[in-house]
Design a protein around this ligand. Structure first.
Ligand code: HEC
Length: 126
């Protein structure tokens, strides 16, 4: 008997955890995005093509997750669009790096950082 009460309490706690995870974007994701974005900027600046390309790939994967998160959450069309745009910029960065066009890669990386700020202005509470 006691055991089933504990189980129900655990289930409720888990359900609550899942719900709050959906209400707020996980800040761990954003920390990973920030690290990858910094690494990308420095690898583009020092023309480390393969490292920069893998940073851009990592960012592309994160923005796909962010986009899916906002699509599931609903009621945030601007965030879906900004995540999609960010993902598109990471593709452009990879293409520029493949073409060894680091100026174009820098321009796209600058546009990407602006997209981060735009989304934060809309959706980041503090
Ligand atoms: C689609 C929207 C969106 C985009 C694009 C986006 N972010 Fe965020 N970011 C958020 C939101 C929302 C938060 C606040 C999360 C919270 O506090 O729950 C946040 C928080 C952060 C934080 C603070 C985390 C903390 O501990 O409070 C950092 C750092 C960050 N973002 C970096 C970036 C960088 C760098 C980029 C671009 C490469 C980026 N973000 C792009 C939505 C976005």
């Amino acid at each position: 008997m006691r055991r089933s009460i504990v189980t129900i309490a655990t289930l409720l706690a888990l359900a609550g955890g899942v719900q709050s995870a959906q209400e707020e974007l996980d800040t761990d994701w954003m920390h990973a995005i920030e690290d990858a974005n910094k690494s990308l900027a420095s690898n583009i600046a020092t023309k480390q093509a393969s490292e920069a390309s893998s940073d851009a790939k990592e960012l592309a994967d994160w923005f796909a997750k962010v986009q899916a998160y906002y699509q599931t959450k609903g009621d945030a069309p601007d965030a879906v669009e900004l995540a999609r745009k960010s993902g598109g910029l990471t593709q452009q960065i990879r293409q520029s790096i493949d073409a060894k066009d680091f100026d174009a890669a820098t321009a796209s990386a600058t546009a990407l950082s602006r997209t981060c700020k735009t989304c934060h202005n809309f959706y980041k509470k503090s």
